[in-house]
Design a protein. Structure first.
Lengths: 547, 322
């Protein structure tokens, strides 16, 4: 009997071990190739300057040739609310899906303007007046024409793009394709944000006010302006888009694009390995290393246009003291934190501006660690009088690890830390709106959309989102100057001074520029052709290839 | 009998009320709300305040609960603050997927656990009993999340027998395809239940095999198999009635973990999304529906118990149990 029990226990143990080992072993991946070979010999694609260009016909017999067709499958962590860009783009999933269904007006990327729905943008000498001209002949996917009325409808929904510093912007419709925009004050960043608007089909909402628009069933129709149109919405499961045959920029490269709802990262990873997904985001460095060693997959690293940083709560009794903030800033070792928390998935940040900013200079020197001085300041400022509370957003990769490393580094100067993580919703409420000084240091990130002033919302004096953040008068003056100056050299100088000013104020500690890592089956190309933000500004650049 | 039914009905209402209050306040206590989803960086303080007012976030928690309760009495579960769609409608959309998966899992659990429990009880302390017992310990111990991922790794990635996620193959609506997609999540969802049910049935079987009627039947020359399936089985299923009643709520609440891992478009997935998005109306809708099903399920199992076992009576009759 005893022997029988032992044998059974051994068998069970072996079974468990085998099950564990099932997860190890070969890294050979299945190709996610769902592309078909389609011979298209008449592809027309418009270049950013509007000229038509005949695309070289694909030679499907050759390896490496573009394979038109097939199904591109991408995971999203949650289902979308609807397909009305103004309402749906509040989440990453919503924005990702809308990018495939709707085109922006234009995108200003440093010195380049890429036109989409817009044909041209004319700027007056004083940069306070703009004339936007839409392309002629554009239609929504249901056949209605895209006109300036659609843009005016979007602008009417909220004041977001209709005011600068509380002063109204004047919009004048010249004709169905032409709109004049007159700014009340000079704003170097306004037009850059304006170009990224995803127009909404106004003909679906005629006579409706904003409250009625919010609950309109037409929000689920998915009438769009982009390369792909809604074919089917399997709620909670997947969103199936099919290529738009009359897309104005040429034939889309995939027959279908499917966004699969898979909230769990492990489930996404397994779905990628079975070939159910074409690409997926890499969650951490371990995955990055694994996929780099995996046959049949390619890894792409992108700058996310984000900055991870340490923020000091100015409403905290300790952090309101500049010496305390300086003590923390000098105690931290940036390289150690970034290497430990993100490894290869981030670059050291020495500027507050994301790497995709028009005026970006990371060559400047940030804080230099000085433990002795930090220790002395910690004592004199009372930082060692009680444990300080570090909060972080647990949704973002690396922030928890960064908090833990900071805890160790601050312990070296005699400062005890408590660490508390929250999900994004909870974190944002505490970080932005709780002014009781209950937390001392917050790990946060923000993103920019090209122009340096696009991140001003995180640093605006008296802003709605900066209640717990120190913005001195000097810093605020520099922000204002940077946005009202049009001379590029002058702007660059102002933003460099702004970085220096923020250093002097000890209001924050820059950590890193996180990178988005994508893994794709090696029959997909074009992923690195254009920046990922959040997924493909230009879907025509991505395609399958013959292998 | 009717007095008993009325009494239980009132008890159910009390339970539902307590659960609604507890659930509402617990969700509201969690930091964060729906506001950030709607905030745009360019918004001023005044804009945010207007938004807060529109979303009802300026009201106290008690007032918000009162408004929700008032809507509930009018048969309205409210509207999602994420997509402005009716909560009832969203629940009804997702319910069939969850009912299918969890219903099949419950059925499968019963079909597998009943014979296993009977055999294990009959063969007490034999090697069969030990094997089944060890397996049930595994079933109780193994986290469903881990098991689900293992099943996908083995059967989808390595063997390619079953799909890794989803409820349907894109563009296919056949029943066979649905069954094919159901296998792995069903196994993951039922493994724990099989373990629990088996152990209950085993204990019940052992107890029944010691009863006088079994000895009498043996003395009369009945085979053990006949005694087991014709006499003992009925009595062993009594605790199962209770277990099934208590598991009924799982039919509608689903398994958040299983649905998340398999991308199953049911109430579990909706629940996770709602919690993460602080979509209180949907969270409350799912919670109250699960609770209602649970209390009704327990009540029905109590009533069913009396029908199955004539020794049990309810109400005013002489009886051991009410």
């Amino acid at each position: 009997m005893k022997n029988a029990k032992k044998i059974i226990a051994l068998v069970m143990a072996m079974t468990m071990l085998l099950a564990l080992l099932a997860g190890c072993g070969s890294n050979n991946q299945n190709s996610g190739n769902t592309g078909s070979n389609t011979n298209n010999t008449n592809n027309t694609q418009e270049t950013p300057d509007g000229a038509d260009k005949e695309q070289e016909p694909a030679d499907d017999a050759e390896a490496g040739g573009i394979a038109y067709g097939g199904t591109f499958v991408y995971p999203i962590s949650e289902d979308v609310a609807n397909f009305m860009p103004y309402l749906a783009t509040g989440t990453v999933s919503g924005e990702t899906v809308c990018r495939a269904m709707f085109d922006p007006l234009f995108v200003i990327d440093k010195d380049e303007i890429r036109y989409y729905l817009a044909e041209s943008l004319t700027v007056s000498d004083d940069s306070m007046s703009y004339q936007l001209k839409l392309r002629d002949g554009l239609t929504w996917s249901d056949g209605d024409s895209i006109t300036v009325d659609d843009l005016l409808f979007y602008l009417s929904l909220r004041d977001t793009y209709s005011k600068i510093n509380g002063e109204p912007i004047t919009f004048e419709k010249v004709d169905d394709l032409t709109l004049n925009i007159v700014l009340p004050v000079v704003s170097a960043s306004y037009i850059s944000s304006f170009g990224k608007i995803l127009l909404c089909p106004s003909h679906l909402y005629e006579g409706l006010d904003y409250e009625a628009v919010k609950v309109s069933p037409n929000n689920e129709l998915g009438v769009g302006s982009g390369a792909y149109v809604l074919e089917k919405w399997n709620k909670g499961e997947s969103i199936v888009l099919s290529k738009r045959e009359d897309y104005y920029r040429g034939e889309p490269t995939f027959d279908q694009v499917i966004f699969k709802v898979l909230g769990d990262n492990s489930a996404q990873e397994l779905a990628y390995q079975t070939g159910d997904l074409t690409i997926k985001k890499i969650a951490n460095e371990l995955e990055l290393e694994n996929y780099r060693a995996t046959e049949g997959s390619e890894v792409y690293l992108f700058d996310e246009g984000r900055v991870n940083f340490v923020s000091y709560n100015i409403n905290s009794d300790l952090m309101s003291n500049k010496d305390a903030r300086k003590a923390v800033s000098l105690a931290l070792n940036q390289e150690e934190i970034v290497a430990g928390a993100w490894g290869e998935l981030a670059e050291l940040a020495n500027s507050i501006f994301p790497a995709n900013s028009t005026y970006f200079d990371n060559s400047r020197q940030g804080y230099v660690q000085n433990v002795e001085e930090a220790k002395a300041l910690a004592e004199s400022s009372g930082l060692t009088s009680r444990p300080i509370k570090i909060i972080y957003d647990s949704t973002y990769t690396g922030l928890e690890e960064a908090a833990a490393i900071m805890q160790q580094q601050l312990a070296a100067i005699g400062v005890t830390c408590e660490i508390q993580g929250y999900d994004t919703s909870g974190y944002n409420q505490i970080y932005f709106f709780a002014t009781d000084g209950d937390w001392d240091i917050g790990l946060k990130n923000y993103s920019g959309s090209g122009d340096n002033n696009s991140i001003n919302y995180m640093f605006k004096q008296g802003g709605s989102l900066t209640k717990n953040f120190l913005v001195t008068d000097e810093a605020e003056a520099l922000w204002q100057a940077g946005n009202t100056t049009l001379d590029t050299a002058e702007r660059a100088e102002i933003y460099a001074k702004l970085d220096d000013q923020l250093d002097e104020d000890y209001c924050m500690y820059r950590l890193c520029y996180p990178k988005a890592a994508i893994v794709a089956h090696d029959n997909v190309e074009g992923i690195d052709a254009i920046d990922l933000s959040p997924l493909f500004e230009d879907w025509l650049m991505v395609h399958f290839v013959n292998k | 009998m009717w007095k008993y039914v009325l009494k239980r009905f009132v008890q159910m209402l009390v339970v539902l009320a307590i659960v609604s209050v507890a659930a509402f306040f617990i969700v509201k206590c969690a930091p964060g709300d729906i506001l950030m989803r709607y905030i745009r960086p360019e918004m001023s303080e005044a804009d945010i305040e207007v938004l807060r007012e529109e979303l009802g976030l300026n009201d106290s928690v008690a007032v918000q609960y009162g408004k929700w309760l008032k809507n509930l009495f009018q048969g309205n579960l409210g509207y999602s603050v994420i997509n402005n769609r009716s909560v009832s409608q969203q629940i009804l959309e997702k319910l069939p997927a969850t009912l299918w998966l969890m219903g099949m899992a419950l059925l499968f659990s019963l079909v597998v656990s009943i014979p296993l429990g009977l055999i294990s009880g009959l063969k007490k302390d034999k090697w069969v009993d030990h094997m089944i017992g060890t397996s049930t310990y595994l079933g109780i111990s193994i986290p469903a999340f881990w098991l689900a991922l293992l099943l996908i790794l083995l059967f989808s990635v390595r063997l390619k027998w079953f799909p890794a996620s989803g409820m349907h193959t894109q563009g296919v609506t056949t029943f066979t395809d649905l069954l094919w997609h159901t296998v792995l999540p069903l196994l993951a969802a039922s493994f724990g239940n099989i373990a629990v049910f088996t152990r209950y049935i085993r204990s019940s079987t052992i107890a029944q095999m010691k009863e006088g009627y079994v000895l009498t039947a043996l003395a009369r020359g009945c085979t053990k198999r006949r005694i087991l399936w014709r006499h003992v089985l009925k009595n062993c299923l009594l605790p199962v009635v209770t277990l099934v009643g208590m598991n009924l709520s799982g039919l509608v609440a689903g398994s958040y973990v299983i649905e998340a891992v398999f991308g199953w478009p049911g109430l579990g997935t909706l629940g996770i999304q709602s919690v993460n998005g602080r979509d209180y109306p949907v969270v409350m809708g799912i919670t109250m529906m699960s609770c209602a099903v649970l209390v009704v399920g327990v009540f029905l199992s109590d009533v069913l118990y009396t029908l199955v076992d004539p020794r049990i009576s309810i109400g005013e009759k002489e009886g051991k149990h009410e």
